[in-house]
Design a protein around this ligand. Sequence first.
Ligand SMILES: *Cc1c(COP(=O)(O)O)cnc(C)c1O
Length: 801
Amino acid sequence: MMFRNKQEFKKEFSQRLIEAYGTTVDQTHPTEKYLVLGEMVRDYASVNWKDTKVAVSENQAKQVYYFSMEFLLGRMLTSNLRNLGIYDIVTEGLEELGIDYENLASMERDAGLGNGGLGRLAACFMDSAATENLPVNGNCIRYQCGLFRQRIDDQGNQVEVPDMWMRIGNPWEVRKLKHSVDVKFWGNVEVHGDENGNLHFNHVNAEHILAVPYDMPMIGAGTKMTNTLRLWSAEAADESPSWMDYREYLSEVNQICLNVYPDDSTEEGKYLRLKQQYFFVSAGIDSIINTHLKQYDTLDNLGEKVSVQLNDTHPVLAIPELMRVLMDDYGYSWDRAQAITMSVMSYTNHTVMSEALEKWPVEYVQKLLPRIYMIIDELNSRYGRFLNERYPNRQDLWYSTRIIDNGMIHMARLAVIMSHAVNGVAEIHTGLLESELFHEYYSMWPEKFTNKTNGITPRRWMLYSNPELREMLKSHIGKGFETDFSKIEKLMNHVDEPKLQEEFLRVKQKRKEILAAYIQRSTGIIVDPSSIFDSQAKRLHAYKRQLLNIMHVIYLYQRIKSDRNFRIYPHTFIFAAKAAPSYVFAKKVIKLINCVSKVVNSDPDVNGMLKVVFLPNYSVSMSEVLMNGSDVSEQISTAGKEASGTGNMKFMMNGAITLGTLDGATVEIDRLVGRENDVIFGMTVEEIESFRQTYRAMDYVNGDERIRKVLNTFIDGTWNGDRDDFRTIYDELLMKNDEYFVLADFDSYVQAQEQISARYQDRHAWARSCLINIAKSGYFSSDRTICQYADEIWNVKPLKF
Ligand SMILES: *Cc1c(COP(=O)(O)O)cnc(C)c1O
């Protein structure tokens, strides 16, 4: 029976602990207590989980499957307890048993099944979809190791260590062996015609791998709706291929789910990555078909009952895979299969940077997935014929938009051609898709393209992680915003009240003290919670320009050192970022930040005014402490490069002021809060485009003494005595002409920082700006985003039961 109150909870929890471990409650380890609690919560949710499946089936509801190579879930315990409405019963019950809830919750290891924003978006969508009663299921890989954990060594280098996140077990998952499916690689295709002249394709000599699903409940807030995140695990089939050594087979099987590829921005290695992609896509499609056929005896209505959303191009093989199943396994004609596939598939683009657009050599796909290759090749030919008929004099179109180009398969092109809907993730980004990257397709099919500005779940990112702010808001605007986050805008009626402004400053101070304690625990650095907490937390990438930020810190350091009268309002600059292990430049920037931090923090001339912190191992649970304890949100990417950003929204929702360029969703933040309530600097997309041809980084070195002095420290040994260590950074800016316009935006950034300092000192005006940011953050709830996908792309309705 499910517990209904504190007494019942205490009784069941103690009983389960004893039964599971055969010791008294006090003898059990905190990890054991966490595991038992997690399992209890999962079982508690299982009744709703079952009811959801029954309701979907009874209503013959359309189901959505969100295919994403990444789900950056973070910890689930608090979110699940709160969403189920049993947080108080459980935490009070534990307290009466003498158990500290926070200690127990900290035993949970982040599910770091992703790199960054793209994976976190998928996780926010799962939370919002269930909360909005939308039947949206996730499909991904059960990675043995999450994204690497980051340590910083004595020299300031990033060191990657394995993330064995499931070492103590994962109480949220349920292994569903009965839903296992077979996935085939390698081998060859036999073609034979039948008496009616139809061709049949047979994939023979394949390596078979068993895909076993592990399901995790995705629990909605204040509803029974409980969706499924299905994580696929590769296991050896009962037979190994005759042509392959048995040990080699086992090692291939074990590789597939071993880890997350630690790179979300460049085309990454080779067969294993391709294998991972096809593995979870093929298993996912198979399982969709099986589920569908249990309810309906035909696949004719697949497009009415199923939508598949492709989160970036990583799962785009789902397109030829569905075609294959429809034609080869269920006898559909090419044209019918293509029509059904297009009605099912839609695609979300996450980048316009050409080096990040996924392409696969024909040869790889041909060898690893011979039948899939045949289908892609045929799709390409038919696309060529279509172009010929519709635009007979436009050979150029064929060359610029064909799927297979120069021996490479362009996954984004395949996705756009074969989806009924294509979306970007912020207005400026969708605009760039339409005018640049997908311009030709947009001219052919303008109706396919829509914008879906990203969002974040307000529960994890504010209501649950910032209780001080939540309670403050409740006492001023009532509780309605907790269930309908758009109501947060009511706060606009109060932003001028000095009492509220002071109350907000106290809340922020409390969160800053919590962050300061976290900083001290993880780095030993003592920071002053009354200084300005200025944070840049995101993956390390040249386009995100952490370099611009640290160059400004270096400039301040030099200025304070050389000019006795120069004073700044005390600042704590906080960085958190992981670099892809093979990304040399990014790792150097991390090292630079750490070296600057060491010099600055130990220099008594400056450390009353200036502190620099690099927080190691950026992750979801760190963000939950970092974002709401910050005053300033650094969103300083080169305009046109950041598709949306979601970190910007987390800061905003917790009352930090954005210091940013007009890029990604920051453009929309700026429009909503107004230029008085953020600080915008730097070149716009248009300015950068027209400037690119004539830009000479050297001119900025010659013309600006501040830049010259800062750059000199990269080659004179200032930071660690080694003159060559940071030369790559120097060369990137000068020899390679500063691809991301760091020097061009430097002056404007310094001025923007001066504005921040000035505005911060008017405490009431600052608080008012923060409150306006919070009040306007309703638009960035992923509840809003997911409802737009449901209405405008999937055509699914909320399911009430
Ligand atoms: C939100 C989030 C991101 C995305 O941050 P951006 O600033 O949008 O790049 C990346 N990683 C983690 C852990 C996050 O929580």
